[in-house]
Design a protein around this ligand. Sequence first.
Ligand code: FPP
Length: 246
Amino acid sequence: MNLEIDILNHPLPKHIAIIMDGNGRWAKSRGRIRAFGHENGTKAVRTTVESCAKLGIEHLTLYAFSTENWKRPKLEVKTLMQLLISSLKKEMNTLQKNNIRLNAIGNIETLPKKVFDELSHVIEATKMNSRMTLNLALSYGSRDELTHVVKEIGEKIKNNIISPEKIDESIINQHLYTRNLPEVDLLIRTSGEQRLSNFLLWQIAYAELYFTKVFWPDFSNEDLYKAIASYQKRERRFGKTSEQLN
Ligand code: FPP
């Protein structure tokens, strides 16, 4: 509770992104199957979303399914897709009640039709909500995203819509799935792994990184506050010197 009050007295990150890792190991350590870990992972999603909204975080982006996750055993992919559908159905009211808008980033056309339809339904139903945007990264991979960007810009060059000399960072930003989102301020990864796994590679150029050993299903409000408190202690220089900032 004290930590919550403390972080509210300092500037908060506008955009938090999370690599929710460790569901499988969490389940294994309890002698249970991986699906049990994912099910419990959805509970941590719920508490984290509510907590971020309550704190006043504007954007929360969760890495829910990567382009590489399609290579997992068929049954696990099916379980994850079913969990997505059931969570979307179950949490629609919570999103409305908390004035949270749902958005998706990734190659979402590749999702099974039922997931795509449910997702589109919740995105449409919550589009006027304004307290926080929850971005679900689904069938998302940074390399895939950047490949799409290059293809789209290439097409525009071919059709004389853009000239190559005009290409700058802002044009690239406008073609990313994240085109309407602010820069990521804080990236959190759970489970002790310290890698980025093809997540928002362009977007996290100046994000602060925070790694915790906690497995995702155990990630609590207190863990979120600790990550934010760590972020608030850092000096973000964006390439400048300390003196220039002061
Ligand atoms: C990583 O743990 C987690 C995932 C690949 C999926 C995350 C999905 C959820 C938390 C549930 C559904 C999400 C929503 C938004 C409702 P892992 O399986 O890689 O764990 P391991 O590294 O211990 O094997």
